[in-house]
Design a protein around this ligand. Structure first.
Ligand SMILES: *Cc1c(COP(=O)(O)O)cnc(C)c1O
Length: 360
């Protein structure tokens, strides 16, 4: 089968023989005795079942993610959070710098999530920055500049809604970028905050856009950050199989995390109602913050946080910390001068931010 993404991989990944784990060789049924994986038959009290290795990609989990995100199960790679998907993609696509040779590059649109750049520099791969364009209280993608610089990049990371700005970008614009860079780069759309946004996921366009890869996670929207469960979605099934067999650890997902993810997804209605509550709180906080004269700009957010441009930003973050409330200071970064990021919490905790701003 033709695979657009496989052609963009570091060449040795096409030939590489992946690890074949003991668990992959036989279908597990109750009547079989397993003496093939050096597992210990003596379970400790309270830890039943944990003596066995978990399935590397549990079919029931792939099916649950597929239903949740509106794709086919063969379009899903389950990962340890979106973070593992990011580092895996950089490893798969970007040839590192060696001796005199420069490494291959990723592209990012700052201000954006920091892990893309960190994972690339760790290869070391290069990081091409095409900053977002600020337009009053929002930002937009510099689409022409992204396309112009795409010759040098293997992966183009677009985060929508974007962390830390909260901005959603148009799916038509992202699709146009995918088309324009086809054959040269893959577009990685990080939809970590998609559940909080007015616009839907872009997953329905996965099959039409073979160089589009989408990242999802249960960490934020399903309140499951501690379990480290996320996934990568691609319409390119050959690529999906390759990631599973050649790029991930043999047993990446802890059993407890798999079970927690299934339980979380089964409670989608509760999670969605909690998201409604958070969005209502975000709107309430926005209105309340606007009335404060230290606040200069509240950026339009489609996520569960607000980026706020204000006078004495760093000082305010320190003041809050002294009162046991921790905010994120973005004021030292060039693209977010005088900005802080507030993660939306319960009404009581959000009120504490407002009270501290009054007291400051
Ligand atoms: C929090 C966050 C992640 C990390 O998600 P995990 O699934 O917890 O690894 C990825 N991308 C963005 C934009 C985030 O804000």
């Amino acid at each position: 089968m033709k695979s657009a993404l496989k052609n963009l991989l570091r060449p040795h990944y096409r030939e590489l023989q992946g690890y074949v784990s003991a668990g992959m060789e036989v279908e597990k049924t109750d009547d079989l005795i397993f003496m093939n994986a050096n597992e210990n038959p003596h379970e400790l009290p309270g830890l039943a079942g944990y003596n066995r290795y978990p399935k590397p990609q549990p079919p029931e989990l792939l099916t649950a993610y597929a239903r949740l995100y509106g794709v086919a199960p063969q379009h899903v790679v389950a990962t340890r959070g979106a973070d593992e998907a990011i580092v895996t993609l950089v490893k798969l696509f970007c040839e590192p710098a060696r001796n005199e040779q420069k490494g291959e590059a990723i592209m990012i649109n700052p201000p954006t999530f920091g892990m893309y750049g960190v994972d690339a520099r760790a290869m070391p791969a290069q990081v091409i920055e095409v900053p977002l364009l600020r337009e009053g209280s929002t930002f937009c993608l510099d689409t022409d500049a992204i396309i112009a610089a795409a010759d040098q990049a293997k992966l183009i990371f677009i985060c929508s809604p974007n962390n830390p700005t909260g901005t959603s970008f148009s799916h038509d614009e992202i699709a146009a970028i995918c088309d324009a860079v086809a054959g040269k780069a893959a577009v990685v759309l990080d939809e970590t905050y998609a559940e909080f946004a007015a616009q839907d996921s872009m997953a329905e366009r996965l099959e039409a856009l073979p160089n589009l890869i989408i990242l999802r996670t249960l960490s934020k929207s399903y309140a499951l950050a501690g379990m480290r469960m996320g996934c990568l979605l691609s319409g390119d099934t050959a690529f999906v199989s390759l990631v599973k067999s050649k790029a991930l650890d043999a047993y990446p997902l802890p059993l407890e995390s798999i079970n927690a993810a299934l339980l979380a997804i089964a409670q989608k209605d509760v999670a969605m109602s909690n998201i409604e509550t958070l969005i209502a709180e975000r709107k309430r906080l926005e209105v309340a913050l606007e009335n404060n004269n230290l606040v200069k700009t509240i950026f339009e957010s489609d996520a569960n946080f607000l980026l706020v441009e204000m006078n004495r930003a760093a000082e305010f973050v320190k003041f809050c910390a002294s009162q046991n409330l921790i905010l994120r200071d973005f004021s030292t970064k060039p693209e977010t001068q005088n900005c802080i990021r507030i993660s939306i919490s319960t009404a009581t905790e959000n009120d504490k931010v407002l009270a501290l701003l009054e007291a400051f």
